[in-house]
Design a protein around this ligand. Sequence first.
Ligand code: COA
Length: 260
Amino acid sequence: MSYQFLTVERKGGIERVTLNRPDVRNAFNEHVISELTTWATRAHGDETLRVVVFAGAGKVFSAGADAAWMAKMAAYSHADNVRDARAGAEMFLAINTVPAIVIGRIHGAALGGGSGLAAVCDIVVAEQDAIFGFTETKLGILPAMISPYVLQKIGASAARDLFLTGRRFDATKAKEIGLVHDVVPAAGLDAAVDRFVAEALSASPTAVARSKALIQNVLGQPPAGVMGITADAIATQRVSREGQEGLKAFLEKRTPKWGA
Ligand code: COA
């Protein structure tokens, strides 16, 4: 599969996906959205994919939605606007639910939908000088399509400040509110990402995919209401091939062998 605005490099079970529109700071328009959705849809069906690293080419990770693309939507009907926006929402959903572990590598800036892309990653590593922001209100628009994922990560209190003011904030603050997991000096960014990749590769792929689905299924539900889901999840996994392999490897003091 070849893309115009993405660079996708595969090495074993690791895929590095780089947003590649550096002249506009990797802002995304309908074409980038379409390519990311195609990539994510394919990733859903790829059982050999274990870890994804999302990055941005050039000076920043992503400046979010392409302002020129959104400005031109004034010429379209409301129905066309909804259709177009929905394609963006489908993209975030598709990336959010990729069964592999998705790691965001944030340098420079992640603004608007760029911070939204960080929110749909499982693990986010940022260089300490990176800036973040849900800047939409400063542009007269809203952080709409990204809001479910950002709210899951940062909660309503931080969102009420950051969504409403649209102010930019640093990587330390991004970590404080749960958008970022690790903040490192720029020179150590790739090494930090690689540490998370190695950690991710040591986990059972089926347990990872099912844990990821479990988070979505359990989130926000009353504990008593999800007992059926949680009991079924562990009952199925512990007797599965990888469940048995992991438990036995621990008891036999050896490294587990994942995969078929
Ligand atoms: N949409 C469309 N174009 C964008 C863009 C966006 N979101 N963000 C940046 N660009 C374009 C700029 O207009 C500029 O185009 P030009 O070369 O034709 O003038 C080019 O990308 C470079 O931008 P510039 O601001 O000069 O780069 P920088 O490296 O100094 O700063 C950012 C990078 C990301 C900090 C800065 O571009 C920025 O703040 N962008 C807006 C981010 C934002 O608020 N996004 C929310 C959108 S909903």
